[in-house]
Design a protein around this ligand. Structure first.
Ligand code: GLN
Length: 447
């Protein structure tokens, strides 16, 4: 009740939610009360959660931040949503995001930008900006998000909350509207690593409807939270502390590293020599996959359809011209280009080779350390409008997050103080495959 009241009160100024539906929320809360009464409640039954508007949810408007799906009420629920409902979590609302999860500032939403509660002139980060802001402003205690190239970690960093992107395949992509399928991964936002672990316990799990879902035994991600850090080897990649990292962010990260030393961790230097290449590789592969995934939005089966058109092809053209925003169009064009005959070898294939090299670099680094630490982003949150006309500047700010997705590794963002402008800084922790519990442990001991 308290969170719903705050969401209603502050959403006007923050725009964190695209949809709030009090009746639906109250009816889910009622279900939770019934379960408590009849003894079928679990430990999280009745806890409210905000869902990124990318997860299809039966009976709820599911827009993915796009005019294209501005009228789409999903007839089914994503696996993540099914599991949240089964645990008795109560949906507070559907959070704002960059259109089809393409962006780093939430300014690409068809439903207007989200404001950073620390400073309303600052962007909240993206693409899961609404979820990060909902948690930061206490409009929700926990929230779901997705991370294709940083969309959980970077808004968590910009808003001073905790978020984790699990190993690729841990959270099912069924019902999660696809951006770049080989990179997309769902994960939780919360104030603390402890709460992230509890929500990840609910979100994770094998699902045969996602061909890349991993068939592993269920694990309790909170099992190692209290483990002492003595002897933990933390690797600092030289390339993450080089030119381009703002001095105030570097200072905040250094202070966090000093804290880890006090906690008994051993700090070692490692190298991720191809870090620079993550940007061109990602910005070829992600648009390539997006151009294919977004071909389903044709105005025939669901979503927006142009009112005036000439013939079938004209209907497709007019529908897509009206339904997609500029950044989405840019990605579709880029993706179509890099996949086209004569350019495929030069761009797409090269990008895939770089992807493999980057994954190998991480494995080499993990021979010398247990976790990798560094910044999430080169600066604190920038001002609204500052980079919105300069897509390349926006892409470059993703330098520290993209490698994790290209390699399929788990990564998280942990609040680590503030920059010179008073805006939050996020410490990024990267683990080897399936090391989520160790990441959450390291984050928890630090918090
Ligand atoms: N900023 C990156 C992009 O625009 C990552 C977005 C994401 O992780 N969904 O593609």
């Amino acid at each position: 009740g308290e969170f719903l009241a705050r969401a209603k009160q502050y959403n006007g100024e923050l725009n964190a939610y695209i949809t709030l539906d009090e009746q639906k929320t109250l009816s889910e809360a009622h279900d939770a009360d019934v379960r408590r009464a009849d003894g079928t409640a679990g430990p999280l039954t009745g806890i409210p959660v905000a869902h990124k508007d990318i997860f299809c949810q039966e009976g709820w408007l599911t827009t993915c931040g796009s005019k294209m799906l501005g009228n789409f009420v999903s007839p089914y629920s994503a696996h993540v949503i099914e599991q949240c409902r089964a645990a008795g979590l109560v949906t507070l609302g559907r959070t704002n995001m960059d259109e089809f999860a393409m962006g780093s500032s939430n300014e690409n939403s068809a439903f207007g930008p989200v404001k950073n509660p620390w400073d309303k002139n600052a962007v909240p980060g993206g693409s899961s900006g609404g979820s990060a802001v909902a948690v930061a402003a206490r409009l929700a205690p926990i929230a779901t998000g997705t991370d294709t190239g940083g969309s959980i970690r970077q808004p968590a960093a910009f808003c001073g909350v905790t978020g984790i992107k699990p190993t690729y395949g841990v959270v099912s992509r069924f019902g999660m509207i696809a951006y770049a399928s080989s990179l997309d991964q769902g994960g939780p936002f919360a104030k603390s690593a402890e709460d992230c672990a509890l929500l990840l316990n609910v979100m994770a799990g094998f699902d045969e409807r996602d061909a890349t879902s991993l068939q592993r035994e269920r694990e309790d991600y909170s099992r190692d939270l209290e483990r002492p850090l003595a002897g933990l080897r933390i690797g600092l990649p030289r390339e993450y502390f080089a030119d381009g990292l703002a001095g105030d962010v570097a200072a905040a990260i250094d202070a966090a590293i000093a804290e880890y030393k006090k906690l008994g961790a051993q700090i070692v230097e490692v190298s991720l020599p191809n870090t620079r290449l993550a940007i061109p590789s990602y910005y070829v592969i992600a648009p390539a996959e997006a151009s294919s995934n977004l071909s389903r939005f044709d105005g025939v089966r669901y979503g927006h359809r142009a009112a005036d058109f000439d013939g079938l092809v004209g209907m497709y053209e007019q529908t897509r011209a009206e339904g997609f925003g500029w950044e989405v169009k840019r990605r579709i064009l880029t993706g179509t280009y890099v996949l086209s005959h004569g350019y495929y070898d030069a761009y797409y294939l090269q990008a895939q080779k770089i992807r493999r090299i980057i994954a190998n670099d991480f494995q080499a680094a993990f021979r010398d350390c247990d976790l990798i630490a560094g910044p999430v982003a080169p600066t604190t949150a920038w001002n609204l409008g500052e980079k919105s006309d300069d897509p390349v500047a926006m892409y470059l700010a993703d330098i520290y997050t993209l490698g994790v997705n290209l390699a399929g590794l788990p990564g998280m963002s942990v609040p680590a103080g503030f920059g010179a402008d008073g805006r939050p800084v996020g410490l990024q922790l990267i683990g080897n495959y399936f090391d989520e519990a160790r990441l959450l442990n390291a984050a928890h001991r630090f918090q």
